[in-house]
Every structure is written in C-alpha cells, then in structure tokens.
Design a protein around this ligand. Sequence first.
Ligand SMILES: *[C@@H]1O[C@H](CO)[C@@H](O)[C@H](O)[C@H]1NC(C)=O
Ligand SMILES: *[C@@H]1O[C@H](CO)[C@@H](O)[C@H](O)[C@H]1NC(C)=O
Length: 337
Amino acid sequence: MTKSLVSLFAAIALVNAQGGFVPLIDKKFTWDNIPYKVDTDVGLVRGDQVGYNRCNSSTEGPTSLCQTAIINSLDDFCLWAPPEAGKTVGEIEGEMIAWCSQPGHGTRIFPDGAITGVQFTKTPDYVQVVGFMNQTKINMVAGDPGGEMDPHGADQRGNPIGGILFTNAWTGTYVQANEYHNFMGSNQFCLKACDPTKGHAADYCQHIYDTQGCGFNAPSNAKDGVFESCAGDSQAFPGAGVAVPASSQCSTFASTAIYGAGATTTAAIPGASTISFSTTPRPKPTASSSAQSSGSASGSKSSTAPSASSTSGAMLSKGSVTIAAFLISVFAMFTLL
Ligand SMILES: *[C@@H]1O[C@H](CO)[C@@H](O)[C@H](O)[C@H]1NC(C)=O
Ligand SMILES: *[C@@H]1O[C@H](CO)[C@@H](O)[C@H](O)[C@H]1NC(C)=O
C-alpha cells in the first residue's frame, strides 16, 4: 500500500512535470491568434476538449461545436449550452458550446423563442447579460436548475473545457475576457465578462459560488418580456451582498427588432458612445438560423429577477460527478500500479 501510494504520487508528479499543464485562466489570446483548440491536453481525467475555438462561416449552424463565446451588446451575445439534448448542465458542463443571438460567430444560433427577456449592462468593471429563456430550446433539460460555466473548475481546464470569451464592448475591437462566469438553469441565464484592465476582474467574476445562481452572482433588473440595454453601477463582489445595482440610460427594444431574420436595429451601449467599433459586418440571418424571440419590449409577463436559489440543486450533481471522476481515476491508477 505504502509503495503503491509512493508510486501514485510519483506518477502524478511525472505527469505534471512532463505535461507542462497551463490552467485555462492563464491562456491569453488576441482575436487574430485564437488556436484551433485552446485545450490540447490529452489523457486527463475529463478527456479532450470536445469542440474548437477557431470558428467561422463553415462551422456555423446547428452542428457547430464552437466554444468561443462573444458578448458585445444586447443584440449580439452568446451563452454556453449543451451540444445535444438529454443531459443536465451538471453532467455536461465540460462540453458546453456557444449559442449566439446573431450569425457571424461560427456558432449555433438561438432558435426562435429561446430568449424571452434580457438586460444588457455595461458598468465600470464588466459587461453582462442577464435574462430569461426557454432552456429546452437550447438542448437543456426542462427544469434543470443548471450550474456555472467559468474558466476555472476543479482541474483548472474550465467549464466548458477550453471555453473562451471575447467582447468588443470595451475598446471597439475584440479583446479576451479571461475572467467570466455564466450561470444557466431554471429558465434563467447570466453571463458576465470582467474587464481585465480594471482592478478586480477575478472578484466581480468570482467562480466559487457555483450553486448560487444569477441573483447572487449577477444581481440585475432583468425582467421577462423586456429587452433593454443599459449603463449600470458595478455590483458588490459576489459573496459581499446581493443588492441590485442601479441601472440607467436604458433603451428598450422589441425582440423582433434586434433578433432574427427581420432584425433591423443594433442596440446602442450606453457609455460606449465614444468608442468607434471596427467590427466586420454581421451576416444576415437566414430563416433557419434566426433567433427571433416570442417576447417583446412591451410584454407584460411577470417581472422577477433571477433568484438566488435557482441553481441550488446543481451542486449535488456537479460535486458527485467531480468526486466520482476523481475516485475512478485514483482507482484506475491503483489498478495499473
Ligand atoms: C474554419 O474553422 C474550422 C474549425 O476551427 C477550421 O478547421 C477551418 O480551417 C476554418 N476555415 C477557415 C477558412 O479559416
Ligand atoms: C418551450 O419550448 C418547448 C420546445 O419548443 C415548447 O414545447 C414549450 O411550449 C415552450 N415553453 C414555453 C413556456 O413557451
């Protein structure tokens, strides 16, 4: 037993020394230098990265496995969701892929009616979208309380493995948001990209409260049925209070004006009026890939902010999967030794 343990630790040390493992959070890319796969580690417990990060018109559509997400504005953002239906977020968080509100990013596109209300806010420290969805339309299990995607995870390979995020909302050109968190579950979502040039990106995009959901990690004034783009104050760091920060200068839109084949409007970002955007023109959506939602700016659905308890069920499944994977790997190593 003692000898086996020594061998086990020696084997682990060897893997670490030879592998040159780099945590996802330390992998930094410019927009024109994104690798085919961000995660090239092989033979680790959770397997290989399922998708890719270099995404283009040939990868776009319903079979895309693009794992590079974008958050630019109310009308142009992505979320991570499962590649196929039938598994909960807790079971498949390492394999989540990007689904976006617009074509042009090489991803899947939200189907009509998937997104039913969104508040986009740009604060001094981050940009975020918080909102409501019919999660079954993006391969999530009905009623799944979900979980958190972030560039950390127990093995530091991220969830999804190799998931990276870019935005043009800070400078007008795409920059990577190394620190992000994205909660998906109970028909609610939030995605926050924390500005690496400000002092507290890791604090605002804290990843340790993964069972707490959007109300705790990204308190907002989002309302189901309302699509609005706002300036906002920065919230308290997650864990330091759930007071909803003030939002201001909000513009509201009909969903049909900003999403889908008939979209005509690009939602302005308050506070970004001095930025000149050098984006490539966005392709027009086709009927089969549109993201038109059934909601509208004047909708009268009930307005509850995503609740703090919405993902309370996620920890169990997520924790058990992680512990089970660890036990299996330890068992496997002992069997080999
Ligand atoms: C498009 O992306 C795929 C997947 O990353 C890649 O294999 C292919 O070479 C890319 N095509 C172009 C024209 O860049
Ligand atoms: C959610 O989407 C599913 C699949 O399209 C649909 O059957 C269901 O009625 C939708 N739920 C709501 C509340 O719109």
